[in-house]
Design a binder for this molecule. Structure first.
Ligand SMILES: Nc1ncnc2c1ncn2[C@@H]1O[C@H](COP(=O)(O)OP(=O)(O)O)[C@@H](O)[C@H]1O
Ligand SMILES: [Mg+2]
Length: 329
């Protein structure tokens, strides 16, 4: 049985449970004992914060004690760090692309430069001091290191742009507003950056940057965008690629997260079998690509769930109800 260690497990009960159902022994880690996903794993381990120098050594120790075969980060907080700590975490496979790619994808300005360098469509983007004399409004003032749609402001003219550039509390860039429909593509690549599948979905409704309602679509143009972008960047493991379909037929990429997307249950329900693929790769297998093989028209609508805990022996928190609410994956 392959042991899979999840970092920053947080609320990703859906992912931890899906790996369990795929046959993995799951080890969830987090710095916060109230992270719900901890209590849905076979083992839970509290770890130092990501910025603590003891973080990677502690994960390496857990790799040894639990005989971990695969490390899967679940947030954007430790991707670059884990990607550059492969040696320390060996023999576990770290399901991430190169550290330089992780670093670029974690900063939307660096990502834009990387996309341009690799010939990937990206909306026209500038640093505040480098704007052309007559830029095309509306423009977005957008956080370079952002998530969950935080710190994105729309400026209709020069006056508003100057205001938002002063107003925003975080380092930002300026980006053209895309006018078409927004799509999200959940891809999965092997350790050689070969895309095994790409599953596009519509964004019926989002809340705070997270897709809460969506539908899988078998749109071959989007599938090909996902596959080619993933392989051009040599992504490894799961990634969520966000793009717009513009009136001129281009598909500029606005955001890529090299991890399972917030809408993970949707591609899973559509038959992605990404957890099974991840486990196979950890075991040295080389699954064949099945790009475009998934069920279209699957709709996801998300809701809140909960967990109750009570003090256990030894000062730990333990699930209170005897029957843990089973997530639907
Ligand atoms: N260039 C753009 N044009 C239009 N809408 C955008 C653009 N960039 C971002 N958005 C909107 O803002 C949301 C969040 O932006 P995104 O780049 O995905 O950052 P993050 O998800 O990291 O907060 C997107 O899902 C999209 O709806
Ligand atoms: Mg996004």
């Amino acid at each position: 049985m392959t042991a899979v260690l999840f970092t920053c497990a947080g609320q990703r009960v859906d992912i931890v449970s899906a790996f369990g159902q795929a046959g993995a022994r799951t080890i969830a880690t987090d710095a916060n004992p109230l992270a719900p996903a901890l209590y849905h794993a076979d083992e839970r381990e509290l770890v130092p914060r990501v910025d603590d120098p003891a973080y990677v050594p502690r994960l390496a120790e857990l790799v040894r004690t639990h005989d971990v075969g695969l490390v899967v980060p679940l947030t954007d907080l430790d991707q670059e760090l884990l990607a550059s700590s492969r040696d320390a975490l060996a023999p576990a496979v770290v399901l991430l692309p190169d550290p330089a790619v992780c670093e670029a994808l974690g900063d939307k300005w660096l990502a834009h430069l990387l996309f341009e360098e690799r010939g990937i469509a990206s909306p026209p983007t500038w640093l505040a001091g480098e704007l052309p004399a007559d830029p095309p409004y509306p423009l977005l003032v957008k956080a370079r290191v952002g998530f969950g749609s935080r710190h994105i402001y729309r400026a209709a003219n020069r006056e508003e742009l100057d205001f938002f550039l002063k107003f925003t509390p975080v380092p930002s860039m300026v980006q053209s507003v895309c006018r078409g429909e927004e799509f999200s593509i959940d891809v999965f690549c092997d350790l050689d950056g070969r895309c095994l599948n790409a599953i596009p979905r519509t964004m019926i409704e989002s809340k705070g940057g997270e897709s809460i309602k969506g539908r899988t679509i078998k749109d071959w143009e989007l599938i090909e965008v996902g596959r080619s972008v993933a392989e051009t960047l040599r992504l490894v493991g799961p990634a969520n690629i966000q793009c717009f379909r513009e009136p001129d037929g281009t598909h500029p990429i606005t955001d890529i997260n090299p991890r399972f997307g917030g809408a993970f249950p949707l591609p899973t329900a559509a038959g992605s079998r990404y957890p099974e693929l991840a486990i196979a790769i950890a075991n040295g297998e080389r699954p064949e690509p099945r790009v475009g093989e998934f069920r279209e028209g699957v709709v996801m609508t998300r809701f809140f769930s909960h967990l109750t805990l009570a003090a256990g022996s030894g000062g730990t928190l333990e699930p209170f109800s005897e029957d843990l609410p089973e997530p639907i994956v």
